[in-house]
Design a protein around this ligand. Structure first.
Ligand SMILES: *Cc1c(COP(=O)(O)O)cnc(C)c1O
Length: 399
C-alpha cells in the first residue's frame, strides 16, 4: 500500500466515516444472479449514490461481479459515473429531465421513455444526428411513470421506426412486490405480458424484458423476463419486513466515528438542544461528531445507541446536526472508536433498527448517509479505495 493511500485512509478513519465492504456487495450480486438464473442479466441499481454506499466504487464492483449494466434515477447521476471513468452501460430508470436529454445522449446513457413529452424531447435531441438507446417504461399499475397499456403500442411504433433510436428494452415496476398479498403484483404481471405479447405480434419485441426489483426477485415473480433490476438486496438489506433476504446476503455498510470529548453529566443537568434528557446521577458521557447532517435521523433522540468499547452507549438528548451525546462506560476516553451503525454483529444499530424506530423504510435511512461522510472501501478486509465526495477526491490502491 502506498504511503499516500495509507495516509488518506488513516485521515478518514480518524473521524466520522463509512466503511463499505465491496466483497459483501459483490457476493450479494452473485447470490441474486444465482436466484434469477443463468440467462437473466442483472442491472445493479446505484441511484442515490448507491443507496448511500457510493455509486462510483459500487458501480465498478457490480460490473466486475457480473452485472450487465448500472441503473440510476437522474441523468446527473449517470454523468457523475461517466466523469468518474465508468464506461459500462448505464440506464436511467426514471423520467429524464427533458433539457438534459442531449447530455445523456452525448454520454451514451440509455434512457427510459414513458411519456409523450419524453418522446418529443428525445426526437428533438436527435435532430443533429446522434443515436440513442432507450427502454420503454410501461405503467401496469404503479400509476407513476410510464405509458399505459393502451398507449404503449403507438409509443413503441414511433420509437422503433425512428432510424436513430434503438429500443433495447421494455419494463414495468411493481407497486407491492414487497408485501405478502400477491394479487397487485399478479395483476401487474398479467398486464405486462399481455402488452408484450401484443407488441411481439406486431414484430416489436425488444431484447430486454424486465419487471423485477429486489422484492420480486426474492419472491420468484420474474419468470419469463431476462433482466432484473436490483438495488436494496445488493446492499444486503431486506426490501421489507414481509420480504426478507436470507442469510446468504451480507450487509455492506457500517458507519464509524471517534469520541471527540469525554465528560460527566452532573446529576440533575440536562444535555443537548432542548435538554430532553436529564441525568439522575453523575453520568459519564461522550460527544460523538456524527449528527443528522451525516444521516443519523434526529428522531433517534433518546432512543438510538452507538457501540463504544464493545458496549451499547445510549443516545442522550437530541441528535444535533453534527454531534450526538451518548452515555458511556467510565473507562472510555477521547479518541476511542465508535461504531455508529452496521450489521448488528457487535450490538450496534442496523439500518433496519433505525427504520423501525423512526417509522420508515431502510431505503430512506441508507440514502440519508450524506455526501460529507468520507468512505473507505474494503476488499478481503483491507482498504482498496477511499472517497471524499465533498472535495471531489477519491483514491484507489495501485493508482
Ligand atoms: C429503485 C428502483 C429499483 C430497485 O428497487 P429495489 O427495491 O431497491 O431493488 C428497480 N426499478 C426501478 C424502476 C426503481 O426505481
Amino acid at each position: 500500500m502506498s504511503s499516500v493511500f495509507r495516509d488518506a485512509v488513516d485521515r478518514i478513519r480518524s473521524g466520522t466515516h463509512a466503511v463499505i465492504d465491496l466483497d459483501a456487495y459483490a457476493a450479494n450480486i452473485t447470490v441474486l444472479r444465482s436466484i434469477a438464473g443463468e440467462d437473466v442479466a442483472l442491472m445493479a441499481v446505484v441511484k442515490a449514490d448507491a443507496y448511500g454506499h457510493g455509486a462510483v466504487e459500487c458501480g465498478r464492483a457490480a460490473i466486475e461481479a457480473g452485472a450487465r449494466m448500472l441503473g440510476v434515477a437522474r441523468i446527473q447521476e449517470a454523468l457523475y459515473l461517466r466523469r468518474a471513468g465508468l464506461d459500462c452501460p448505464i440506464v436511467l430508470i426514471g423520467p429524464p429531465a427533458i433539457a438534459e436529454i442531449p447530455d445523456a445522449i452525448e454520454h451514451d446513457i440509455t434512457l427510459s421513455i414513458g411519456s409523450q413529452r419524453a418522446i418529443d424531447g428525445l426526437i428533438a435531441a436527435l435532430r443533429w444526428g446522434s443515436t440513442a438507446a432507450v427502454h420503454i417504461k410501461l405503467d401496469t399499475g404503479m400509476n407513476r411513470y410510464g405509458f399505459t397499456p393502451s398507449q404503449v403500442g403507438d409509443a413503441m411504433e414511433t420509437l422503433s421506426r425512428h432510424e436513430r433510436v434503438s429500443v433495447e428494452g421494455i419494463f414495468t415496476h411493481f407497486s407491492s412486490a414487497d408485501e405478502t398479498d400477491p394479487s397487485p403484483t399478479e395483476a401487474q404481471i398479467e398486464r405486462f405480458w399481455s402488452s408484450v405479447e401484443e407488441l411481439t405480434a406486431h414484430g416489436l419485441r425488444p431484447r430486454y424484458l424486465h419487471t423485477g426489483n429486489s422484492a420480486a426477485i426474492l419472491t420468484a415473480r420474474v419468470a419469463g423476463t431476462n433482466l432484473i433490476r436490483s438495488g436494496i438486496a445488493t446492499y444486503g438489506l431486506s426490501p421489507s419486513d414481509e420480504v426478507r433476504i436470507d442469510d446468504r446476503f451480507q450487509p455492506v455498510l457500517s458507519m464509524h466515528s471517534t469520541v471527540a470529548r469525554r465528560g460527566t453529566l452532573p446529576a440533575g443537568e440536562g444535555v443537548s438542544y432542548g435538554q430532553t434528557y436529564r441525568a439522575t446521577s453523575d453520568e459519564p458521557i461522550a460527544a460523538i461528531p456524527v449528527g443528522y447532517a451525516d444521516g443519523l435521523p434526529r428522531q433517534l433522540r433518546n432512543q438510538g445507541w452507538f457501540v463504544v468499547d464493545g458496549e451499547r452507549a445510549p443516545i442522550r438528548g437530541s441528535v444535533c446536526m453534527d454531534q450526538t451525546v451518548v452515555s458511556v462506560p467510565d473507562r472510555v476516553t477521547e479518541g476511542d472508536a465508535v461504531l455508529v451503525l452496521g450489521d448488528g454483529a457487535s450490538g450496534e444499530m442496523t439500518f433496519d433498527d433505525i427504520a423501525r424506530m423512526i417509522g420508515t423504510v431502510n431505503y430512506e435511512v441508507a440514502t440519508r448517509v450524506m455526501a460529507r461522510v468520507p468512505r473507505v472501501y474494503l476488499r478481503a478486509g483491507r482498504p482498496v479505495a477511499w472517497e471524499l465526495v465533498l472535495s471531489g477526491q477519491r483514491g484507489r490502491i495501485g493508482e
